[in-house]
Design a protein around this ligand. Structure first.
Ligand code: ZN
Length: 357
């Protein structure tokens, strides 16, 4: 009896092996799939790529671009930084489609800021995925992809400002000096935060001095304080029981503040060096919290839009709505040019350093 079972098992194993051989997909693909090199320790990558308290899981530099694309499925220390934003984007889109169906709206002057908010959110997520996935290629690519990441952040800041201004602000706040200067101020601070981040990335080398944080934090914090000011004003002046969007606005602020904390401090890896190399890094927590902030923000903006859409054109005028939205591609272009010009300096600097060696 047992011999018969063993014989059947061995026949089954042989059949599975045969099927496996038949199904080896790579045999049917006319080109070979690049396989990324195994990850290495912190001492085997240049200082620019080293992260504090992360000791292993680094991807070696100098591989083919396609290899870095395929590191999407490799276990390395940037893996979850990529996946957190890669998965947040479809979640945001599903939420968007569900709401569009429920509210039944199309693209027009009143809904344009909402569309631009979605575009700005997807832009920062896309550039973040690109940066974390491809930056290990070489020093040059490390700088350019992170500069693009800063462009994404600036664009997102302006996308938030449009949503907050047109859907969430109160008339009393719009008549204040902050309200009057809000939109041009948001565009200017968005551009300055991109410039500040690009310059500090290029100027300061690891271990980063405190001046780098100042250079990054002053313009980005100023931009955030301005962008969120209409929401904060409303949270303090309107009854929460009357406005169902206000708890979501409170949640987006809480998530953002927490995310800013994890962005600024390498916690918890600081207390467990080498233990958070794959999962648990402060930057991963920052990505998750920022994604949650964006999802709560979208929900709050949907509710505010549903309440105001019929009176929006009357309150703001179609002209102001279109002009504010034209600022979006202009800021995108301005930040892109800034990133490319800073990159030119980086390129010259890297070439001179190589020649000196
Ligand atoms: Zn990131």
């Amino acid at each position: 009896m047992s011999t018969a079972i063993l014989q059947r098992l061995s026949t089954l194993t042989l059949s599975i092996k045969h099927v496996n051989r038949l199904l080896r997909i790579s045999d049917y693909i006319p080109f070979s799939i690049p396989s990324p090199s195994p990850t290495v320790g912190v001492s085997q990558v240049p200082t620019l790529f080293q992260e504090p308290y992360i000791l292993t899981g680094y991807r070696p530099t100098g591989q083919d671009w396609s290899c870095y694309l395929f590191t999407l499925f490799q276990r390395h220390n940037e893996c979850l930084n990529v996946w957190t934003h890669l998965l947040a984007a479809p979640i945001l889109l599903i939420h968007w489609w569900a709401k569009v169906e429920a509210l039944g709206f199309t693209l027009n002057a009143a809904s344009l800021p909402l569309y631009l908010f979605l575009v700005s959110s997807l832009t920062y997520m896309f550039f973040s995925v690109v940066a974390h996935l491809l930056h290990s290629h070489c020093e040059h690519s490390h700088y350019i992809v992170f500069f693009l990441d800063y462009v994404g952040v600036a664009v997102y800041q302006y996308g938030c400002s449009l949503g907050h201004y047109f859907y969430s602000s109160e008339a009393a706040w719009r008549e204040s000096i902050v309200g009057l200067l809000f939109l041009p101020g948001a565009a200017l601070l968005g551009w300055l935060s991109c410039l500040g981040c690009c310059i500090s990335k290029f100027r300061y080398k690891r271990p980063y001095p405190w001046q780098r944080k100042i250079c990054q934090l002053i313009p980005t914090s100023a931009a955030y304080l301005l962008d969120i000011s209409p929401v904060v004003h409303r949270l303090f002046t309107v009854s929460w029981s009357q406005e169902p969007s206000l708890p979501f606005h409170a949640l987006q602020i809480a998530c953002f503040l927490l995310s800013a904390f994890f962005f600024s401090c390498p916690i918890p890896e600081r207390f467990f060096p080498g233990q958070c190399d794959f999962v648990g890094q402060g930057h991963q927590i920052f990505h998750v919290l920022l994604s949650l902030c964006t999802i709560f923000q979208l929900e709050a903006l949907f509710q505010d839009y549903a309440r105001r859409r019929d009176t929006m054109v009357e309150v703001f005028g179609e002209g102001q709505l279109w002009w504010a939205c034209v600022g979006f591609p202009l800021l995108f272009l301005g930040c892109l040019i800034t990133a490319l010009l800073t990159m030119k300096h980086v390129k010259n600097h890297l070439t001179t350093t190589k020649k000196d060696k």
